[in-house]
Design a protein around this ligand. Structure first.
Ligand SMILES: [Mg+2]
Length: 110
């Protein structure tokens, strides 16, 4: 996320004095609620009902995730890269390329 976008999100919250409501619990709930709204776009269909609705709900998820990272003073690039390091070990490309199996499935077959 660009710094100007991040700053705009923080200003939006600050202008409304909403940080007081942004506890870890409330932000986790909000991420799940918005992720559910994103999932709803695909309810009863294989394709999204509206790309505009996908954009809207995905933006909500990203904004709440960003606010949660801010709440815990987390560096988003650092935590994403740490998780990618773990995922690269858990899912070695040479073993899982082209497969959607969970790591427990391919590891048990070795
Ligand atoms: Mg929403």
């Amino acid at each position: 996320m660009k710094k100007e976008t991040y700053d705009r999100l923080m200003k939006f919250r600050e202008d409304r004095d909403w940080a007081q409501f942004h506890t870890g619990e409330n932000l986790a709930k909000s991420i799940c609620i918005e992720a559910s709204e994103l999932l709803e776009v695909f309810q009863w269909t294989k394709e999204e009902k509206s790309i505009e609705k996908v954009k809207e709900e995905l933006a909500d998820v990203i904004m709440y995730a960003t606010l949660m990272a801010d709440h815990y003073h987390l560096d988003i690039d650092e935590i994403v890269n740490t998780k990618l390091d773990a995922n690269e070990k858990k899912y070695p490309a040479e073993l899982v390329r082209g497969s959607s199996k969970k790591y427990t499935e391919y590891r048990n077959k070795k």
